[in-house]
Design a protein around this ligand. Structure first.
Ligand SMILES: Nc1ncnc2c1ncn2[C@@H]1O[C@H](COP(=O)(O)OP(=O)(O)OP(=O)(O)O)[C@@H](O)[C@H]1O
Ligand SMILES: [Mg+2]
Length: 296
């Protein structure tokens, strides 16, 4: 079980932007997150930003980005949990805090009852092996064969690849239907095949959780279906928890059991896919579902 409690993430203003903003001069992205709070009016936004800066350093009016605000979610073991939202809503930031590629600015992320946010060194490396990630752009090493790509986690963990590791990697390639491509290079594969290699590589760590960040966004509908079916089958066979980030309600409907909708770094709606699709409450969900009257 992953329990995300009161998680905030603020990115400091890029240093390259030069001059710091003066107090009272609002960054637009921060204004968006402030105005997403129904308790705040536009006229109180500057004051609220100043107050937030006091409460949650380093939030302020200096151009810092309030990417996540008070996120509370529970993801059960074995679940296929969708996280959806428009571009910039905070989806990638949220999952990067789950596998600790980013540390939350504040809040707790408990995995099986243990707060992981302070892990470092050996413990952090061990934790990251429990939470694998696959991406839209596949993230394969171009100079390595398919087999060597799948073996990469063994190198990262142990500094070498044993014959047993190679055997396991071939089994995983068989599982994703690509054992005949073991000696090929990524450039010789289609997008769907590259993603299947990325899935095999993710499985090499025997993860408890696989995070899929827009894993099918670059694929045509047929390859998307192949990948979604593969992920669902792996979930059923191994019990691995899947966290699926997507813009596509179609993807959510096909494989997810539960879903959270993000907007301006906040969870605006969450629940079972059946319920959220049948009775969307938040405007952001209705927009994502295409249930808006554009002429209204
Ligand atoms: N490293 C960073 N430094 C500064 N700001 C960042 C950083 N990473 C993300 N952000 C900002 O945080 C906000 C959320 O970004 P995020 O990448 O999480 O959105 P997203 O929902 O994944 O969007 P998309 O659907 O386009 O991938 C955006 O305003 C983004 O510009
Ligand atoms: Mg993203």
């Amino acid at each position: 079980m992953i329990s995300i409690q009161h998680v905030y993430k603020t990115f400091a203003a890029p240093k390259a932007s030069g001059k710091a903003r003066r107090k009272g001069e609002l960054d637009t992205s921060y204004t968006a997150s402030v105005s997403a709070n129904p308790a705040l009016t536009a006229s109180s936004a500057v004051q609220a930003a100043d107050e937030a800066a006091d409460a949650l350093a380093p939030i302020g009016v200096d151009g810092s980005v309030h990417a996540l605000s008070d996120i509370n979610l529970e993801i059960a073991d074995g679940d296929i949990f969708g996280i959806i939202g428009m571009s910039g809503a905070g989806k990638s930031t949220l999952v990067r805090t789950i596998n600790l590629l980013e540390r939350p600015t504040s809040g707790v992320i408990e995995v099986d009852g243990r707060d992981v946010t302070a892990l470092s060194g050996v413990d952090l490396r061990a934790y990251r092996r429990r939470v694998a990630m696959i991406f839209q752009n596949f993230g394969l090493l171009a100079q390595k064969t398919v087999l060597d790509n799948v073996c990469f986690p063994f190198v990262a963990a142990n500094g070498k690849v044993t014959p047993a590791d190679r055997e396991r990697a071939l089994e995983l390639l068989d599982c994703v239907g690509l054992v005949d491509k073991a000696s090929s290079y990524p450039s010789q594969l289609s997008g769907g095949q590259k993603q299947r290699v990325a899935i095999a590589r993710a499985l090499a760590c025997e993860p408890e959780v696989i995070i899929c960040d827009e894993a099918t966004s670059a694929l045509d509908p047929s390859s998307t279906n192949t990948i979604l079916k593969l992920l669902r089958d792996i979930n059923r066979e191994t019990g691995v928890t899947l966290v699926v980030i997507t813009h596509s309600m179609d993807v959510v409907e096909k494989i997810c059991n539960n879903v959270a909708v993000l907007e301006h770094g906040r969870v605006v709606e969450q629940g079972s896919v059946a319920k959220v699709f049948a009775e969307p409450q938040a405007e952001a969900t209705r927009v994502l579902l295409g249930k808006v009257d554009w002429d209204a």
